[in-house]
Design a protein around this ligand. Structure first.
Ligand SMILES: Cc1cc(-c2n[nH]c(CCNC(=O)c3cc(-c4ccc(F)cc4)cc(O)c3O)n2)ccn1
Ligand SMILES: [Mg+2]
Length: 208
């Protein structure tokens, strides 16, 4: 049967990127998505000034592109937990993350955000996160943010970074973080990865 797009993306990484060199993995995926096939990676344009998080949660791994982009900047001892719902995507992402040599900093978990968010403390020993990157099912951004609040996973200063707030769009989440007294929110205008369509990131700081 015909290979899948994630499989073709992984092949492009293994062919064009250098093992253990995260930047070459990022460049290989950007090249693949610009010149071969579009894929729902955050892309090379949507960038927020680099934060210095120790504990990072990523919702929605896909092929691991944003995972590599974030994890490559983490200091020793810092950790990124990333949740991926689709088993095929997860299998590809594991290999992309390994190719970048970042498996020691990243824990990839297969499953649904609503099942795993309540288990962060007992399963991973995580009290609170410094940074949460929301890039998963768009109708889960708001309920999962409320769930993280309820589970005590956000602390004063935790940064929520949400992809796709315009395209595909997350209107209910935007309304919440922009009107809640518990968040200081700002929008970074950009484009849907590798296209001219408008999109952007919303950065929201939890005020406790
Ligand atoms: C419930 C749960 C879910 C997950 C989970 N794991 N993986 C994902 C992927 C979600 N991502 C997207 O759907 C996405 C889509 C587009 C897009 C597509 C088609 C267009 F035409 C235009 C834009 C662009 C993007 O940038 C995206 O990120 N969710 C993980 C855990 N628990
Ligand atoms: Mg996205």
């Amino acid at each position: 049967t015909r290979s899948t797009r994630p499989q073709r993306l992984l092949k492009a990484v293994q062919k064009n990127a250098t093992r253990g060199d995260p930047q070459s993995v990022i460049s290989a995926i950007d090249h693949f998505c610009r010149h071969s096939e579009w894929a729902m990676n955050i892309g090379d344009e949507k960038v927020v000034n680099e934060l210095n998080p120790e504990k990072v949660l990523e919702l929605g791994t896909y092929c691991g592109y944003s995972t590599v982009r974030i994890a490559r900047l983490l200091p020793p001892g810092a950790r990124l937990i990333t949740l991926e719902f689709n088993g095929d995507y997860a299998a590809i992402a594991r290999q992309v993350i390994a190719w970048a040599g970042l498996e020691d900093k990243v824990q990839l978990v297969e499953g649904a955000s609503e099942d795993w968010i309540p288990r962060m403390k007992e399963h991973f020993g995580i009290e609170t996160f410094d940074l949460v990157f929301l890039d998963h099912w768009k109708d889960r951004y708001l309920p999962d943010t409320k769930l993280m609040e309820d589970c005590g996973l956000l602390r004063k200063g935790t940064v929520l970074l949400a992809d796709n707030v315009i395209c595909p769009g997350v209107p209910d989440y935007l309304q919440y973080v922009r009107n809640s007294l518990s968040y200081k929110s700002c929008y970074f205008k950009s484009h849907l990865e590798y296209t001219k369509a408008e999109d952007g990131l919303e950065k929201s700081v939890f005020l406790g």
